[in-house]
Design a protein around this ligand. Structure first.
Ligand SMILES: *Cc1c(COP(=O)(O)O)cnc(C)c1O
Length: 467
């Protein structure tokens, strides 16, 4: 039922709309205040439309108006963080929340969401230490003397340098002064930590002599940074960890490494490319190492600092630690994830990241075929399963191609952009990969439990693309 509105004064009042049957339902669901706000907003738009009208009156239906209000409130009520299906094939995907957590870590988060013993010692009834068993687990797993956990690896680097090199000099190779991810520039991080950067060497070559020549009484730290997302190739030279830490010892200064991903165990045992483990890096003589909790480790966002007690404990005592420390949810999830490392044999089945990275190609091929055959024959013709290569992501194993299997979609009468957008609009959204004019669903990161949802999404997409 429509009415026609000729002048602004005839625009209905908020009160009149609230008396409508439909409004009662909306108020019951979203509350009076939110409902009034959105009705008022809609009416302002209507008023502007009436004032701007050149070609006669504006048609108005209270029913349609309130339906729109309802849609807006529903969209508004949706959490901004939504689960998605990662079909990009990149297991450590920073934009998609890095890595999925193990069931044990998720259970731990649930368990501590209420009151917990975060800083409470049940035995004495007095204040306890915040990180509890977490630091013990880390020292056991890495062989380090001491460990400390902060919010993320960027925070770990800031805290380490602020504690050990504030108002002093930090020497870094020019080949390692990169930008990692969206906003992590080593040079900026050093500046913000209150330390002064001293660059040595050239982009492609830095020799031990370059470091040695830069060391004077202002230098307290030699910093090595893992080239996470880039590689300098060709005519290159880099100082080894052994050489660097040896030099630091001789000069009585500190060798720190920002390891980025930080593997806790040897990944080669699962057939993956070898990365030096945190234990290896410590054994090579580095005094302090920082790395992420949500890259190769497969846990929650966290920055982990391990190293010599005399260097790590002052970081805990630094007032900045109070601003960078993790919350109870992260602590619980990290602790639960680390406990899984006590049984490395079962890690590939329990840690989702490792499960994805180690799934054999023939299993991926079988899943891709299963998804393809779940489609009606007419649609099936437009998807093909094929072998492909992908990357681990998250600055781990950079440029190391990983064999994978994809479903290549040819939407025929729809652009790749529109097809990708249609999949993103699915519930849950499906994030695909694009290559050479095709839309690819990469099975490296697709869980078997997601196949049915993907099948439905694909059927809808291809049906829409047939029209
Ligand atoms: C990823 C990365 C960082 C940033 O780690 P966050 O945990 O995301 O803060 C810093 N340094 C290196 C070398 C990295 O690879």
């Amino acid at each position: 039922m429509y009415t026609f509105i000729y002048k602004a004064a005839d625009v209905p009042s908020v009160q009149r709309l609230l008396e409508h049957d439909k409004a009662a339902l909306i108020v019951a669901q979203y509350g009076h205040a939110r409902c009034v706000t959105h009705i008022r907003r809609g009416l302002e738009g209507l008023r502007r439309e009436v004032l701007a009208q050149a070609n006669g009156p504006v048609r108005f239906s209270a029913d349609a108006f309130l339906e729109k209000v309802n849609e807006r409130l529903a969209a508004d009520a949706q959490s901004s963080l939504r689960p998605v299906i990662n079909a990009t094939g990149i297991p450590i995907h920073t934009n998609l929340g890095r890595v999925p957590l193990a069931a044990e870590a998720i259970a731990a988060i649930n368990a501590v969401a209420a009151y917990t013993t975060l800083e409470y010692d049940l035995e004495t009834g007095e204040r306890g230490t915040r990180e509890g068993r977490l630091t013990d687990l880390l020292t056991e797993l890495t062989g380090a003397e001491a460990a400390l956990v902060v919010n993320n690896n960027a925070a770990a680097v800031v805290l380490a340098l602020n504690t050990l090199a504030r108002d002093r000099d930090v020497v870094v190779s020019r080949g390692e002064l990169a930008e990692i991810g969206g906003s992590f520039r080593i040079a900026d991080i050093i500046a913000r930590s209150g330390a002064r950067l001293v660059e040595v060497g050239a982009t492609n070559k830095t020799r031990l002599q370059d470091y040695a020549a830069a060391i004077d009484e202002d230098v307290t730290v030699l910093l090595r940074v893992h080239p996470s997302n880039y590689r300098i190739e060709g005519f290159t030279e880099q100082v080894t960890r052994e050489e660097l830490s040896q030099l630091a010892r001789e000069k009585d200064i500190v060798a720190i490494e920002d390891l980025g991903s930080g593997a806790l165990i040897d990944l080669a045992q699962f057939g993956l490319p070898a990365e030096p483990t945190v234990r290896d890096v410590l054994a090579s003589g580095m005094d302090v190492i920082t790395f992420s909790g949500d890259k190769l480790l497969g846990g929650p966002q966290a920055g982990i600092i391990v190293g010599k007690t005399a260097l790590v404990e002052p970081m805990r005592a630094n007032p900045l630690y109070r601003a960078l420390r993790p919350d109870k949810l992260s602590i619980a999830a990290l602790e639960a994830t680390l406990r899984l490392y006590h049984d490395p044999d079962r890690l590939p089945e329990r840690l989702p990241l490792l499960r994805m990275m180690t799934t054999p190609l023939e299993v991926l091929r079988e899943r891709a075929a299963r998804l393809r055959w779940s489609l009606p024959a007419a649609l099936r013709a437009r998807v093909a399963t094929q072998d492909d290569v992908g990357y681990t992501g998250g600055g781990a194993l950079p440029r190391q191609a990983v064999a994978t299997v994809v479903l290549a979609i040819d939407p025929v009468s729809m652009s790749i952009d529109t097809a990708a957008k249609t999949l993103r609009e699915n519930t849950p959204p499906v994030i695909a990969r694009r290559a050479k004019g095709r839309l690819l669903l990469d099975f490296r990161t697709i869980a078997p439990s997601e196949l049915q949802t993907l099948s439905d999404a694909l059927r809808r997409l291809l049906t829409a693309a047939s029209r």
